[in-house]
Design a protein around this ligand. Sequence first.
Ligand code: ZN
Length: 159
Amino acid sequence: MNEPDKHAASSISALHGQLQTYHCLCSTLILTTSHNLDELSSRAEPVQDGALILPLGAHLSTSDFVDTDGHTGVDSVMSNVVPDRKAVIIRREDGFEKRIMFRCSRCKLVLGYQLDESHFETSQPVSRPIYLLPGGLIGTEKMIKGERPEMPPWAGQTV
Ligand SMILES: [Zn+2]
């Protein structure tokens, strides 16, 4: 068992008391957050993927290293995620949506996405919410207990 968990958690625990950590289905640490995923709201119609909305103020990292310097107000950190270089276009009833998918850097499972910057006036990624696909992440406590989430139907899809 390697211990990227402790490293990431200790880096931001100075800022926030209670942190939750979530892992990919392959057990890689993905998310350290002061939010409880069970309590996040999901995207409303006409978006039908049921993605959870991780509020503003999330910081993305492609490695275990979590640097919160200069990121005041950050209450969520995603580690070990790699954004796709190309956006995907999703057709919605009311138009189109351009998404940048995030994958686990280890198993390449799609875990969530952010809307392309063309949807926003600012190009600052930190000011955009992150959408998490339900079922892709498992809490550390559950993982330690050996609970495994059902493999969600979208996990087998190639995007
Ligand atoms: Zn993974």
